[in-house]
Design a protein around this ligand. Structure first.
Ligand code: C2O
Ligand code: CU
Length: 528
């Protein structure tokens, strides 16, 4: 859609230059009775020179055209971006995804009295980490991470977002939570960015217990990095849950922190009692976690409990960017403490007051979630698929929005010519994600949770592994499946946020829905 230029014009001008060059070359060399040799040599030199000039003009013209055509308009809709991919499933009669439909703005959360009501004020400001260092970044209610939101399954959560001083505007996304589309917080897709002085209310019911997080989805590569995020914990209904502690890992200005503090963070926990440590990777690269002082279990990944997770004593765990892992950690009898090492000098120590924890060695092996835990029945019928999508990630030189560079491609296309995966409500969807790009990509689909079926042709043999943030490493192929049961227009992107800002973004769209919001526009929406 972003053919912003008439290619004919550009090729006409290069052809013109070509002809001019030829005309000059064809002009017979004038000259008298001087030796014919030097004259011929001069003529050949001239011809070569003009040939080279003509060639460079063609080259410059082509590059110029590619540059020109790659520039994004000041405002465009994701509905007309890229191309529709129906995954071998039903194509709507008489049209494709450009046509109208139900506005996603109508897909709001339920009304009623919220069980949990929070007000979050976003600011661009300098603040002090819990460990004392000063950071120029962004805060929610004066701190980063922002306030921890806790709710119980079934609760209606209401968040009033106020933008006091974030000049680019702000929007809050509930990462991993299956909210109605209008509550998803993506500037330019599900809402307009909230300008300075503006406010926006989010309302959604939390249906699944687990560890989630929220973060800005306006200029996210800068705002999340600078601190516009916080944790959202959903507790199971009923009985009092066991002790738990949130460990959001974030790198501010090159300093790795846990819960906003560099170095060792301590949490008092009695000997012999299990604590659930909710690790959230808010950075853009994979996080290596290791535990020293006692064996541990991986209780949950991306908010979803694993089935019969075994004790681990000799392996670490890798958590994808945007992903979460809940670890069960028990300070050993005898008064010792356990260290959950979060890399780059940061760790969380759990144990009785003053107890020392051993240092953790860098993990030499990692838990493989494909075979960890034991199988259990799942609520998804994977015996047939209504849609079968392929998503192959590669890297090619080109232009994105007028910038030359080496860019991530999706199915061979550069942003914004990326696929719009089209589904119909109720579809069972399979997606094969293949990475040939030379770097790991944490793939994140909004609004849905996917079941990992296989990696590199090897079927999952461990616990059902549900994920919303999946690291697909160089050379790997993952097959995942999900049920399309949450209508709307959803982002499907890399959670290495600078990669997303470079165009590693696709969308999942439900037939019959459209968004009234635009990228750019009056609100200057810029989700990545
Ligand atoms: Cu956590 Cu589209 O993001
Ligand atoms: Cu990426």
């Amino acid at each position: 859609m972003t053919a912003l230029d008439d290619p004919a014009e550009r090729s006409t001008s290069s052809a013109g230059a070509d002809e001019a060059a030829q005309a000059t070359v064809a002009a017979p060399p004038s000259g008298g009775a001087e030796a014919a040799g030097p004259v011929r040599r001069r003529w050949v030199r001239q011809a070569l020179r003009w040939g080279a000039i003509a060639l460079s003009l063609v080259l410059v013209g082509t590059l110029g055209y590619l540059w020109y055509a790659s520039r994004l308009p000041s405002s465009y809709s994701v509905m007309s971006m890229g191309y529709a991919d129906y995954g071998g499933g039903a194509v709507p009669v008489g049209g494709h995804h450009h046509d109208g439909g139900v506005s996603v703005a109508t897909l709001t959360g339920p009304s009623g009295t919220p069980a949990v009501a929070v007000s979050l004020t976003a600011r661009k400001q300098s603040f002090t980490l819990a460990s004392g260092e000063s950071v120029a970044g962004y805060t929610l209610n004066g701190s980063s991470p922002g306030p921890e939101i806790r709710a119980t399954v079934g609760d209606l959560v209401q968040v009033d977002l106020v933008n006091e001083s974030v000049p680019d505007g702000v929007a809050l996304h509930w990462h991993g939570v299956r909210v109605p589309n209008a509550e998803d917080g993506v500037a330019g897709v599900t809402q307009d960015a909230v300008p300075v002085g503006g406010r926006h209310t989010y309302r959604f019911r939390v249906e699944e217990a687990g560890t989630y997080w929220y973060h800005s989805h306006q200029v996210s590569h800068e705002q999340v990095k600078g601190g516009l995020f916080g944790a959202l914990v959903v507790l199971p209904p009923g009985a009092a849950s066991p002790a738990d502690v949130v460990a959001q890992v974030h790198t501010f200005d090159g300093r790795r922190t846990v819960q906003g503090a560099t170095g060792e963070r301590r949490s008092t926990a009695p000997t012999g009692v299990a604590t659930r440590v909710r690790v959230v990777n808010t950075d853009s690269g994979p996080l290596r976690v290791s535990v020293a002082g006692a064996p541990y279990r991986v209780l949950a990944v991306d908010g979803h409990d694993l089935h019969e997770p075994g004790l681990v004593s000799d392996r670490g765990l890798s958590v994808a960017a945007g992903g979460r892992a809940d670890l069960e950690v028990t300070p050993p009898a005898g008064g010792g403490a356990v260290r959950v090492d979060l890399g780059a000098g940061s760790s969380l120590v759990l144990g009785p007051e003053g107890a020392a924890a051993p240092a953790a060695a860098a993990p030499t092996a990692l838990v493989d979630l494909l075979s960890y835990g034991t199988p259990a029945p799942v609520s998804l019928d994977t015996s047939h698929f209504d849609r079968d999508f392929a998503l192959t990630i590669d890297r090619w030189p080109g232009f994105v929005d007028g910038r030359p560079g080496l860019f991530w491609t999706m199915n061979g296309h550069l942003y914004p010519d990326v696929p719009m995966f089209m589904v119909r409500e109720g579809d069972i969807v399979r997606m094969t994600i293949k990475n040939d790009s030379g770097e790991v990509h944490p793939m994140h689909l909004h609004g849905h949770v996917a079941l990992v079926l296989s990696r590199d042709g090897v079927a999952s043999t461990g616990s059902p592994w549900w994920t919303d943030s999946l690291d697909v490493d160089e050379g790997e192929t993952y097959v995942i499946a999900f049920r399309a049961d949450n209508p709307g227009i959803w982002m499907d992107h890399c959670h290495n946020l600078p990669h997303a800002a470079d165009g590693m973004v696709a969308h999942l769209a439900y037939e019959g829905y459209t968004t009234p919001y635009v990228i750019g526009g009056n609100a200057d929406n810029e989700p990545e």
